[in-house]
Design a protein around this ligand. Structure first.
Ligand code: ADP
Ligand code: MG
Length: 576
């Protein structure tokens, strides 16, 4: 239960303050419910003794009303308790979910590379829901069932202290096996949550790559993997059922022994006249009714364990701190140069950049070329600070990137990659992504991106694009992406293989667009086609994370063996 304290202290209490009135109402509901339940057990005595044994007519017309009233009280109490507990729980998890999402969004790419998206989804959806369960169901249940058990216990003891003594020794005997079962369930639940996240991950993976799967006719293959995970999940779930469903029958059997003993002893007392029939049945009724809350309370244990496991995973995320932060939070003015000074980058143990130095000025275009894996993307990822260099410095007009306010830095840089995120909204909203829509500016950016023609044909900037941009060709998507990149009027423009997946005609259109928009900006282009590379001011040739040479194309053709080799390969590819 120490873990439960941590959950309460870290997740529940900090959010709880605003809910005191709701909590008091819930508590009132719980009191009504437990009072009603105990009263209904107590009423068995007057009903039997006064009406059935003494045949008291006056009470015959009174007690039935009392019974209806008591049950009404019980029902109303239950409803009030459930409603207000649910309100508190739902609202608290809304806040936790918000905080979790905000936290996740603030974290570095490294975090997202480490965890599969399905797992992250599962944390935000399933794990948070387990916390809700603690707040709206488990805690109120614990209190309400505890109160009810206390009330019923008073009735039991009041009706016959002697019988209670026997009945109550048997009860603890039912608790021990339950504890053992509870421990086992915790282990299984941990694994079951892992398996759920396996399945969610697989589904996300499959649905986001469905084209590739179909193109490879790999449906069967994917199905086989899924079926295996699904079967494992089934086995584990059945293990949960086997273990958890054991507790009910076990308790009932042990309970029945208790009841048998009580009937023998109580029956004797009734026969001998030392106890009234009413007292005995009221006692029995209360004892039977006691079974439900006790069973509930003991089963809460396993559920609480489940929720604790979930909240541990939530804490894990909440405790992560972004490492990419701004040191001095400097604003960003007009910049003139971007410089890499002996920059090294490692991904874990893997060396991606080994001492890269270069400088690009405003109005210049730098192309990065080199074999795949040479470190081109790593260079541009450092500029937007997806990662920070392991060694060396990157500066804008002499100021380290890490000193600038991160948002200011990122809004001054636009990057267009092979992957374009088109969402289900109008062309205008897609271009203005995350910013206020200024239609004049949208049209202007589309024009600069060489995209006005097809947008006009589609019906203008108010045309709604579908989620995956399937009503656009690859080249059109790229041009929307370029328009989006321009919308923020960036000082640095980056194209990372933006045209690699396109045919040469679409590529030409984009190359023209790049040409038009790179004036007065620092532009970095990673491309595979010689025609794109040729129109830049400088080309840096990368190999194994190092710049082997840098200069104009004419210079490189003359002096750089590596460039001639690359250019030869690219030319052959283009012909083919
Ligand atoms: N997120 C990452 N984690 C680990 N290694 C990476 C990551 N991104 C790139 N790498 C590795 O770093 C090297 C440089 O990659 P990259 O910069 O993407 O090259 P390029 O863009 O020139 O193809 C490659 O060996 C690649 O496998
Ligand atoms: Mg790359």
């Amino acid at each position: 239960m120490k873990d439960l304290k941590i959950v309460l202290r870290r997740l529940v209490f900090p959010y709880f303050r605003g809910y005191i009135p709701y909590f008091l109402l819930a508590l009132l509901g719980m009191l009504l419910f437990s009072a009603g339940t105990s009263a209904s057990a107590y009423l068995v005595k007057p009903v039997l003794d006064e009406i059935f044994v003494k045949k008291d007519l006056e009470l015959l017309y009174l007690l039935p009303y009392a019974i209806v009233f008591v049950y009404f009280l019980k029902g109303a109490g239950k409803y009030i308790q459930t409603y207000y507990s649910a309100y508190i729980g739902q609202d608290i998890i809304r806040k936790i979910r918000d905080r979790l999402f905000e936290k996740m969004m603030s974290l570095d790419l490294v975090f997202f590379h480490k965890f599969r998206s399905g797992e992250l989804i599962s944390r935000n959806v399933n794990d948070v829901d387990r916390i809700r369960h603690v707040v709206s169901t488990l805690i109120p249940d614990m209190v309400s069932q505890g109160l009810t058990a206390l009330g019923l216990l008073s009735v039991v003891i009041y009706q016959s202290p002697k019988l209670s003594f026997f009945a109550l020794i048997i009860m603890p005997a039912t608790i021990i096996p339950l504890q053992i079962i509870g421990k086992k369930l915790k282990k299984i639940s941990h694994r079951s949550q892992e398996k759920t996240s396996d399945i969610t991950s697989k589904l996300t993976e499959v649905f986001t790559n469905v084209e590739i799967i179909k193109a490879h006719a790999a449906e069967q293959y994917e199905h086989a993997i899924f079926a295996k995970q699904n079967a494992n999940f089934f086995k584990l779930n059945m293990k949960t059922v086997r273990t958890s469903e054991l507790s009910g029958p076990l308790m009932e059997t042990i309970g029945a022994i208790g009841v048998a003993v009580v009937i023998i002893i109580g029956g004797k007392e009734v026969i001998e006249g030392t106890m009234t029939v009413g007292s005995f049945f009221s006692f029995l009724a209360a004892l039977f009714m006691l079974y439900a809350p006790i069973k509930r309370i003991s089963s809460l244990y396993t559920k609480v364990q489940d929720a604790i496991a979930a909240s541990e995973r939530i804490f894990f995320v909440l405790d992560q701190e972004p490492t990419i932060v701004s040191v001095k939070n400097l604003p960003l003015g007009k910049i003139n140069t971007l410089a890499f000074e002996n920059v090294f980058l490692k991904y874990g143990e893997h060396k991606a950049l080994n001492g890269v130095s270069f400088e690009v000025k405003k109005g210049e275009k730098l192309a990065l070329v080199g074999d795949s894996g040479g470190g081109k993307s790593s260079i541009v990822n450092l500029i937007v600070r997806f990662f920070d260099p392991t060694q060396g410095a990157i500066r804008l007009d002499g100021v380290s990137l890490s000193d600038f306010n991160l948002t200011a830095l990122r809004t001054s840089i636009s990057m267009v990659t092979q992957r374009v995120y088109i969402f289900n909204d109008t062309v205008a909203a897609n271009v203005a992504y995350g910013k206020e829509i200024d239609l004049v500016r949208v049209v202007q950016c589309l024009e600069q991106a060489n995209a006005s023609d097809f947008v006009e044909e589609m019906g203008g900037v108010e045309t709604v694009l579908d989620e995956h941009g399937t009503n656009l060709s690859g080249g059109q998507r790229q041009r929307i992406a370029i328009a989006r990149a321009l919308y923020v009027d960036p000082q640095i423009l980056i194209f990372d293989e933006a045209t690699s997946a396109l045919d040469s005609k679409s590529e030409q259109k984009i190359t023209q667009a790049i040409e038009a928009v790179s004036k007065n900006r620092i532009t970095i282009i990673i491309a595979h086609r010689l025609s794109t590379i040729r129109q830049v001011d400088k080309i840096a040739v990368l190999r194994h994370g190092k710049i082997v040479d840098m200069g104009t194309e004419a210079y490189l053709l003359e002096h750089c063996e590596e460039y001639r080799r690359l250019a030869g390969t690219l030319a052959r590819e283009e012909e083919a």
